[in-house]
Design a protein around this ligand. Structure first.
Ligand code: PLP
Length: 376
């Protein structure tokens, strides 16, 4: 099998799953219990938080463990808006965010928040000048992703943050799910940042929200004192403990994997440019981990199924929206035609992919086009 769907999820590293199984068997104590088993779980959990904070260059108290990036995004947006209503009610968000961001924004409207959507430009990014044009004195929150999950476009988060912070009562939330451990993430310029473990060869059901100390949130899950009272419920100590190892291993390999993935990306771009009807939709400056392509001769669905039958896994659009019938809204927002948007597939590469797999992919596409492709 060839797995080109790492933006949807990744395999768990054996180093992570081995430690995790040991923890499940041995460290099942509740970190809030006062006995030895509880104290041990608490110590390991806090050590992990400390290590993660060091790797992100933030304080340990700025790391909140959550159950998934969708939860982190919801807590960041809804939790921040509800806790800071006295500051204003205007929120800016890009028009191509993950559904967990989009639905949180929609949900806030019932409380009188004014949500303004920032259109991305033809390169797939939100420009700092647009944020500058739209930001107001009563804007309390700006939210953009760092790397777009469908196209790989990289938002200029540092420049956007400068604009956001020109309003002293406004904070910047960044969904870093597709960028963290792949490119440098400037956490220093963000007030809230979302990360997911299963996108970086960690566990599903494990994620975090980086929340700067000065930022006040309202909890979405009521309960005990866990996670500074911002997320009630017994902490998932084994998952949270292995998250620091997951991050460390991914960061250690960051440069090497980036080079390998760039070569694969470049090779596929070159080979596709020789095929009639092929389009490379991701821009040259997109992250090399994500390559969005399409063929005039074949729709997304037919291509995805044909590749699947031949043992190649790709996505037709972002996985969280894959059961809806409509086409990629990101491509349309970037100005691509409806045809391209209904014909696109997303390849997303990871640390274990090889050049040989890239070459099989190209060969397989040519076979599929011969077999199913409409003549141009
Ligand atoms: N944000 C982005 C940009 C994503 O790509 C995803 C998952 O595809 C998520 C958030 C949600 O991640 P999780 O599955 O951990 O909720």
């Amino acid at each position: 099998m060839i797995y080109f769907d790492h933006s949807s999820t990744t395999s768990v590293r054996p180093e992570v799953s081995n430690v995790y199984s040991q923890l499940l068997a041995q460290q099942y104590g509740n970190p809030d219990s006062l006995h030895a088993l509880g104290r041990k779980a608490h110590a390991l959990l806090e050590k992990s938080r400390e290590n993660i904070a060091k790797m992100l260059h933030v304080l340990p108290g700025e790391i909140l463990f959550t159950g998934c990036a969708s939860e982190s995004n919801s807590l960041a947006i809804i939790g921040y808006a509800l806790a800071n209503r006295n500051r204003g009610n205007h929120i800016l968000v890009s028009n191509v965010e993950h559904p967990s961001v989009m639905h949180s924004m929609e949900w806030l409207k019932q409380f009188g928040f004014e949500i303004e959507y920032l259109p991305i430009n033809s390169n797939g990014i939100v420009t700092p000048s647009l944020v500058k044009e739209r930001i107001r004195k009563d804007t309390i929150l700006v939210s953009t992703m760092h790397v777009n999950n469908e196209m790989g476009a990289i938002n200029p988060v540092k420049e956007i943050s400068e604009v956001v912070h020109s309003i002293p009562t406004c904070v910047y939330h960044v969904d870093c799910v597709q960028s963290f451990t792949k490119i440098d993430v400037p956490f220093e310029c963000m007030d809230l940042a979302t990360i997911s473990a299963h996108k970086i060869h960690g566990l599903k059901g494990s994620a975090l929200l980086m929340k700067k100390k000065k930022v006040k949130l309202m909890p979405l899950i009521q309960g005990g004192q866990q996670e500074q009272g911002l997320r009630g419920g017994t902490e998932n100590a084994p998952s949270n403990i292995v998250l620091s190892k997951t991050i460390r291993l991914a960061l250690e390999e960051k440069e090497e994997v980036y080079k390998r993935v760039s070569k694969i990306n470049q090779y596929i771009r070159e080979e596709l440019s020789k095929i009639k009807g092929a389009h490379i939709n991701s821009k040259e400056d997109a992250i090399p981990y994500i390559l969005n392509i399409s063929f005039d001769q074949i729709t997304s669905e037919v291509l995805l199924n044909a590749l699947d039958q031949r043992g190649i896994c790709v996505s037709a659009k972002s996985t969280c929206s894959s059961h809806q019938k409509n086409y990629s809204s990101t491509l349309v927002a970037m100005g691509y035609s409806e045809k391209i948007a209904t014909h696109m597939i997303r390849l997303s590469f990871g640390k274990d992919n090889t050049m040989e797999e890239a070459s099989i992919f190209i060969k397989t596409c040519k076979e599929i086009l011969n077999q199913y492709g409409l003549s141009l």
